[in-house]
Write a protein that binds this ligand. Sequence first.
Ligand SMILES: [Fe+2]
Ligand SMILES: [Fe+2]
Length: 211
Amino acid sequence: MLATNRLEASIAAVVADANLHARWLNTFSYLEYVGFRKIVKSQRAEALTAEILTHALEEGRHALGLKKLALKVGGDAFAAYAPETMLCGEEAEDYFQSLDKGCDEVFAALPDAERAKLVYCYVTWLIERRALDVYGVYKTALGASPIAGRIAGLLMEEEKHLSDINAEIAANDPEFATRAPKLEAMEAKLYETFIDRLVAELSRSPAAASA
Ligand SMILES: [Fe+2]
Ligand SMILES: [Fe+2]
């Protein structure tokens, strides 16, 4: 089964159980926070534009928005990012860090400034596409829940990030057509691994097994 279909098959169990749902929200809050942190740390001030600063702050805002939802659904136990308050949090971070490292290796031969720019562009491009996919599946599973409205707002911002980065790549990387398929394949493999682990974790959860 494709990774997207496997997520669709698992997500109903997640949203049906408050504890699993809060852990899911907290995991994505954490990933948004890691995204925010990565953008801030990877950009040298000499090259930091208003667009990149806006992007970082919006990812930080997504982290906070999802954190507030995790608190609402799960209560005070979700105040921070303790491992037991997430759903495969370590595996989610592995996905993100491996993706970043993989992109960094692809551009390793370039001078620092150029490499930093292209790594930012491609990590963003890959992550935003995946975020649209995952948040889209999640929003559908939420149905008429008020949380769906919050996710719709988040999706609109992720769409804007993707169109901005598409424009940035088109303006800066003439080798996009040859690089993109290889990077897409690398990301897809990492995402498959994450979904494998998520599905395995859910199969161990009594709440998910009985949903
Ligand atoms: Fe985001
Ligand atoms: Fe984004």
